[in-house]
Design a protein around this ligand. Structure first.
Ligand code: C2E
Ligand code: CA
Ligand code: CA
Ligand code: CA
Length: 279
């Protein structure tokens, strides 16, 4: 067994080396990716737990590099953040996201909401709120169709600037969601003061459902907490029917995961929306 484990670790190591090859090529590529049309958006549904109708689409960024192939966002987003590219990238993502949504609204197939991931670095930019509101205006979209997914770190920050920004967004009608809930910080104090609408339970807690007792305890107490705070809850990473049934029974509002649909490109997403519409 020890030998097998060693071999496995070794494989993992070489795999990592391979993925990290050519960081310079990757970085140079990332600077050009926008201009070269290598970036695109995927969309993944968040469905109503009771009806399984699409309620929200989450935007997920994709990068197809001409020689390195598809590079996962977990790899290049941190790189964009380190090298000061995230602000521009974030603006592009928001612009394209809203452009797609406006088009689907025009076709009368748009879901209630669009969820866009926002990097803490992007959020900290001086004119983030103004830029966002002018983009909504550019596409003539009401702010409440938009939900920003922010990681716990942003909410925990609690500096005056962050609070002001969160309040400004919330007052404008933009929805705010905590992404990857449960993975970062242990303090729940911040939930009391902040204008948060929705919480996304990290898939680490969903994977073991419904068998795992600890996961059940965490999920059920989070659901109770959010009911008290009048926040809706999304379960991420729902991969099978047992998980979906359990979460629905326990009162989880929205479900997201491969069981309901993988992230797919705008064209396939549009087909899905049309299909839902005619049902
Ligand atoms: P995230 O925001 O937590 O996104 C969820 C990730 O889980 C996505 O990976 C999605 O494809 C994957 N996923 C969805 N359902 C399932 C499932 O049932 N099982 C499993 N195993 N995975 C599932 P993806 O697209 O590779 O994105 C990874 C991360 O990269 C995202 O995590 C987010 O932190 C970041 N990211 C992606 N797009 C953007 C973006 O436009 N802006 C920013 N700032 N970050 C982004
Ligand atoms: Ca997310
Ligand atoms: Ca997440
Ligand atoms: Ca995540």
């Amino acid at each position: 067994a020890a030998k097998a484990k060693g071999a496995g670790q070794n494989r993992h190591f070489t795999q990592e080396l391979r993925e990290d090859k050519n960081p310079l090529i990757m970085l140079q590529g990332l600077r050009d990716a926008l201009a070269n049309n290598e970036l695109s958006l995927n969309f993944q549904p968040l469905v109503n737990a009771a009806t399984h109708q699409i309620h929200t689409l989450e935007v997920l960024l994709r990068w197809d590099h001409p020689t390195l192939g598809r590079i996962p966002p977990d790899k290049f987003i941190p790189m964009a953040e380190r090298h000061g590219l995230m602000e521009a990238l974030g603006q592009w993502i928001l612009d394209q996201s809203l452009r797609h949504y406006a088009y689907w609204q025009h076709l009368e197939i748009a879901p209630s909401r669009l969820a866009v991931n926002v990097s803490p670095l992007e959020f900290q930019a001086e004119n983030f709120v103004d830029n966002l509101l002018s983009l909504l205006n550019k596409y003539q979209l009401p702010p409440d169709i938009l939900e920003l997914e922010l990681t716990e770190g942003v909410f925990v920050e609690q500096d005056e600037d962050t609070l002001k920004r969160l309040d400004a967004l919330s007052s404008a009608g933009v929805h705010l969601a905590i992404d990857d809930f449960g993975t970062g910080y242990s303090s729940l104090a911040y939930l009391k003061h902040l204008p948060v609408n929705q919480l996304k339970l990290d898939r680490a807690f969903i994977r073991g459902l419904p068998a795992n007792e600890a996961d059940r305890a965490i999920v059920e107490s989070t659901l109770a907490l959010c009911r008290g705070l009048k926040m809706t809850v999304v379960a991420e990473g729902v991969e099978d029917e047992n998980q979906a049934d359990y979460l629905k029974r326990k009162g989880c509002d929205l479900l997201q995961g491969y069981y309901f649909g993988r992230p797919c490109d705008a064209e396939a997403t549009q087909k899905l929306l049309v299909q839902q519409r005619v049902q």
